[in-house]
Structure formats: C-alpha cells, structure tokens
Design a protein around this ligand. Structure first.
Ligand code: UD1
Ligand code: PEP
Length: 427
C-alpha cells in the first residue's frame, strides 16, 4: 500500500496550477447520460473518483474515456458517448468506493425511465443517507423500492415536474433532482437548494445542453423540462477546485514561503479566505489567481462549518491543522457531518493539543509538531495530515493515502514542485 513520506521544515516557493473541481466533475460526467449526443468535458481532474465514474459509465455500456494522455492535447478532456444500449445499473462494487455514484440515478431515470443503483452505505465521516434524493424523485412520479441493497427506480413515461423542498440543504441531492428535472414534463421548483459553485457549474453545463434553468446559485431553482437535451456546442470547462485551492493555501501558510496558485477562483472561497486572513495569512488575489505568503506563527481562529457560502466542511480538517500550530486557542464546530473529526487522533500523534466534545473541537496551539506515522481516514483528513507533515519536525509517514488519491490530482507532485520534501513510497 502506498504511503506519503514527508520530511518537514522546507518552505514552499513557486507556482501551482489548480485542477478542475472533483465535486463538479462527478455530477457533470453523470449529466452526459442525459443526452444521446457525445459530450466533451474539459479541465477534468485526473483523480481516482473521476476514474471510478468513467468505469461506472463503461459498465453501463457507455463509451467514456480521456481524449489524450496526461500532458498532451486533450489530456484534460473526457468524451462520453451515451448514445444507445445503456444498461442502467450501478453495481455495489463501484458504488461502495464512491458515494457520488448516486448521481447517475436522476439522469438515468429521466432519460430511460428506469435505474438500479446500489444503495450507498454509510462512510467514515457520517451515515450520509440519500432519502432526500429518493423523496424528490418520488415527488416527480417515480416508483422507488429498495431491493437486495439496491435502489430500484422506474417511471411510467416522463418524470413530472414538481415542487420539492428538501429537509436539509443537500449538494448531490440538489444535483440529482436538477438533472432529473431537465427532462421532466412541466416545471420543477427546488426549494432549499444547495448554492455551491459546483451546483452552478452543473446548471451552466445543463443550460449549454438545452436545459431551461433559472435561479441556480440561490436557494430556489426553477427548471422547465424539455423533451431532449443535446451536447454542449463547446466542451464544458469544469470550474476550478476551491477545496484543492484552500488546501494548498493552508500548506503554504503552515510551511511558510511564497506561492502563486493559478487557474483558480478566489471568489468561490470568500469564507475561507476571510478566516485565513484573520489567522494572519497574507494573500493577494486576482480574477483567477491567489498569491500566498506564509511567514511566522499564525493566530488561532475559531470557525463553524456550514453550507455555501459559509465555511465548507471540506476545509475543516486543513484549517484545524493550522490551528494546531498557531498562537492561542480556537473552537471548531462541525455542523454538516456527524463524524468528521477523525483527523484529531492522528494530529494528537503529531503532538497537537485538541479536545473534542460532540461536534466541537477545542485546539490549543503548540509551537512545534513532531513527525510520526499517521493514518489517513478520509479524503480531507488525509490532506490535513500532509499539511501537518510539511511543518512537523523530522519524518511523517501518511498511511492509507488511497483516500487522498480519491480527490487530489497528484498532490505530492504539485507540492514537490514548489520545494516540499515529499515522496510516495511503498509501506
Ligand atoms: C461529491 C460531492 O459533491 N460531495 C460533497 C457533497 O456531499 P453530499 O452531497 O453527499 O452531502 P450533502 O450536502 O448531501 O449532505 C449534507 C447533510 O445532509 C445529510 N443528507 C443528505 C442527503 C439526504 O438525502 N439525506 C441526508 O440526511 C447528510 O448526511 C449530511 O449530513 O456535499 C458535502 C457537503 O458540502 C461535501 O462535504 C462533499 O464533498
Ligand atoms: C466528502 C467529500 O467527498 P465525497 O462526497 O465524494 O465523499 C470531500 O470531497 O471532502
């Protein structure tokens, strides 16, 4: 099994190009199921969840592949051809490795009138039910049963537009219902919709495919269903990854140095940048870049996670790591997932001082962390341990980095290119 071996203490200098967003790529790859025309996506990140989604599409009989080798023309483009002969079944073997597989449910049901998708189980960060996806599709006229661990959904003719208010704000729930509604008969109104930039990006792709959508980016999305969608005229370019961006900002803030992050969207990170500035991180921003300068000890900052545009849960672990080495104490409250503090025990192994009480962690900054072997437990927990390893004294080994590979495109290569001492080794 691969590990990351990091020798802490090097400051970072240079440029990092941010990849397309995982959380936009996954629904957008699934959106290609909504049309019989071949769909091209650009700025697609080469990470494991994208590979899993391409494999999932292929098991259904859809042609789905990269348009070129990495680094060659077409190397960041994917072509998906869901013309005909689709077998609308998402098997457990793939769904269990990636919960976002549930995103095929809405498009398959809307286009083919049937879908069988393995019910995603719980995962490390929480139980993560998909009841709101199911409830919304039922409101649109689908018949849904859970049989032998599968969601079996059918629709008698086209889905019907409906007014749907989800019990909570759900990102993939909004995306699934949005995709389904594009081909439904009549109007769908999604109330309490997620406002994440990735939802907006998906809506823009769907509009380029002929969908009629208004209000994306607000909590009420209106969709007028159409009979058919087509491929976007130009390849849809996936929005930059705001969480990868935030992760690298934390890395520079922790390790020190001067790094320019390119191909990003600072305006998608307002809450994160505000907190980092409060902590003392120096940043300049342009329309598509952020220059980060890290120097000296930061100040501990308290924050609570919430839906966009507030502070994202996907940045909680990374900012907690900065707090571990900052001056003073901070309180971090996780409100989205019930079990998203698994990095805490690993950070303790590196010498951090953290106490958890329910959904709140209180961190008392220490002057220095010390390297150790730690275990990654989920995607962003892995990123927080890498950041800690960059500053910890001595060697840090991060085990189980398959979690990290799910959502970051060559993180260690990008860090090495700006001077980090980090390598992938066999355990
Ligand atoms: C692929 C993708 O985009 N993943 C993101 C997405 O996950 P995901 O879309 O799975 O997260 P949701 O926004 O759906 O979850 C928010 C909360 O609602 C609950 N819930 C959700 C749906 C449902 O039917 N029933 C229910 O109870 C969840 O358990 C969770 O407590 O948004 C999360 C919250 O910003 C991010 O951390 C993930 O990175
Ligand atoms: C929790 C995450 O992803 P997923 O929803 O794919 O598990 C994440 O990106 O941090």
């Amino acid at each position: 099994m691969d590990q990351l071996l990091i020798r802490g203490g090097r400051s970072l200098k240079g440029e990092i190009v941010i990849s397309g967003a995982k959380n936009a790529a996954l629904p957008e790859l699934c959106a290609a199921l909504l049309t019989a025309q071949p769909v091209r996506l650009a700025n697609v990140p080469r990470l494991r969840d994208v590979g899993t989604t391409l494999a999932l599409l292929r098991t259904m009989g859809v042609a789905a592949d990269w348009c070129g080798e990495r680094g060659t023309p077409g190397g960041d483009e994917v072509l998906i051809d869901a013309r005909a002969g689709i077998e609308p079944v998402a098997p457990y073997e793939l769904v269990k490795t990636m919960r976002a597989s549930i995103l095929v449910l809405g498009p398959l049901l809307a286009r083919l009138g049937r879908a069988t998708v393995s019910l995603p189980g719980g995962c490390a960060i929480g139980s993560r039910p998909v009841d709101q996806h199911i409830k919304g599709l039922q409101a649109m006229g689908a018949t849904i049963a859970v049989e032998h661990g599968n969601i079996v959904a059918t629709s008698d003719g086209r889905l019907k537009g409906a007014r749907i208010t989800t019990d909570m704000v759900t990102v993939t729930g909004t995306e699934n219902l949005l995709m389904a509604a594009t081909l439904a008969e009549g109007e769908t109104v999604l109330e309490n919709a997620a406002q994440e930039p990735e939802v907006i990006d998906l809506a823009e792709m769907l509009i380029a495919m002929g969908a009629r959508i208004e209000g994306h980016g607000s909590s009420r999305i209106r969709i007028q269903g159409v009979a058919e969608l087509h491929a976007p005229r130009e390849p849809h370019r996936i929005v930059p990854d705001r969480i990868e961006t935030g992760t690298f900002i934390c890395a520079v803030a922790a390790a020190g140095g001067d790094v320019l992050l390119k191909n990003t969207r600072p305006d998608h990170l307002d809450a994160v940048l505000d907190k980092l500035r409060e902590a003392g991180v120096q940043m300049e921003t342009g329309a598509d870049w952020i220059r980060v300068r890290g120097d000296g000890r930061l100040k501990a900052v308290s924050f609570r996670t919430s839906e966009y545009p507030a502070f994202p849960t996907d940045m909680q672990a990374q900012l907690m790591t900065l707090n571990c080495m900052a001056e003073g104490a901070a309180k971090v409250t996780e409100t989205i997932f019930e079990n998203r503090f698994m990095h805490v025990n690993e950070l303790l192994r590196l010498g951090a001082r953290i106490e958890v009480d329910g959904h709140t962690a209180v961190i008392q900054g220490v002057p220095q962390l010390s390297g150790a072997t730690v275990m990654a437990t989920d995607l962003r927990a892995s990123a927080s341990l890498v950041i800690a390893g960059l500053v910890a004294q001595g060697e840090t080994r991060v085990d189980r980095i398959y979690h990290l590979d799910r959502g970051y495109d060559r993180m260690e290569e990008k860090l090495r290119a700006v001077g980090a001492d980090i390598e992938r080794v066999k355990a």
